[in-house]
Design a protein around this ligand. Structure first.
Ligand code: URA
Length: 241
């Protein structure tokens, strides 16, 4: 890995702002490989040295990936001059790690959103070639039925002629259904259900690959993914086989 300034290395870890870090380093609170370093501009290879802050070792991880329970009402983008984004909901240290949302959820969609600074991983997750299933809970007008299930399984054609890959629809009753899609076209789930005359009233993403959102995070909650979680995300599935 390339050498990086110490204040930058710590900034990438989300420890504090760059200006706070310069103070912290100058005051002698940071050790690199056991020796106190007081020059923020001194460069190190973060992957090959042991950095401590106040005696606590900071595990160096260049690539970081988080999941969050995106609340409805915020944009899944890194910044917007007028509207609130997921980074306005998350603690500031996450905003300093160079994370970006992996794909998008609509402003009014809630649920599992991945955020990473690993561009290659993001590409693998988004790429249609990876065929990673994404499961949603939809609340719709009307009641999805067996005909809708069949139409989803065969691959729908949207109002504008767009062809969709086969998808899974599981009616749950009371105007609710589970939808699993292997692709990520613009407003895909809403447009698929609208094409069947079942407009979406609320949409929540429950899983990406084998990674489930669960209930424990709560709206705006987040956690970092470990290797096992990432394997679950990249697990590829199939529909209708
Ligand atoms: N499909 C949609 O229509 N909206 C989303 O946010 C995600 C999938």
């Amino acid at each position: 890995m390339a050498l990086k300034r110490l204040d930058r290395l710590l900034g990438d870890l989300g420890v504090a702002t760059r200006s706070e870090l310069r103070q912290i380093i100058r005051s002698g609170r940071v050790r690199v490989d056991g020796a106190v370093v007081t020059q923020p501009e001194k460069k190190f290879d973060g992957s090959a040295c042991d950095i401590e802050l106040d005696g606590q070792s900071l595990t160096w991880r260049e690539k970081r990936t988080f999941m969050m329970d995106k609340p409805a009402g915020v944009l899944s983008v890194t910044e917007d001059s007028r509207q609130r984004t997921v980074f306005d909901v998350l603690p500031p240290q996450l905003g300093r790690m160079g994370l970006a949302p992996v794909g998008r959820l609509d402003k009014d969609t809630s649920g599992l959103l991945l955020l990473t600074n690993d561009g290659e991983l993001a590409h693998r997750i988004i790429s249609p070639k990876s065929a990673i299933p994404k499961r949603y809970l939809a609340e719709v007008e009307g009641e999805p039925d067996a005909e809708d299930v069949r139409a989803f399984r065969e691959g729908l054609t949207l109002a504008d002629g767009t062809r969709c890959l086969p998808a899974e629809l599981e009616p749950l009753g009371e105007g609710r259904c589970l939808v699993t899609v292997m692709e990520g076209k613009y407003h895909q789930v809403k447009r698929m259900l609208a094409a069947r005359g079942k407009p979406v009233k609320a949409l929540r993403r429950l899983s990406v690959g084998g990674l489930e959102l669960g209930e424990s995070l709560g709206p705006g909650g987040f956690r970092e993914l470990n290797e096992e979680d990432l394997c679950k995300v990249l697990h590829t599935g199939s529909i209708g086989k």
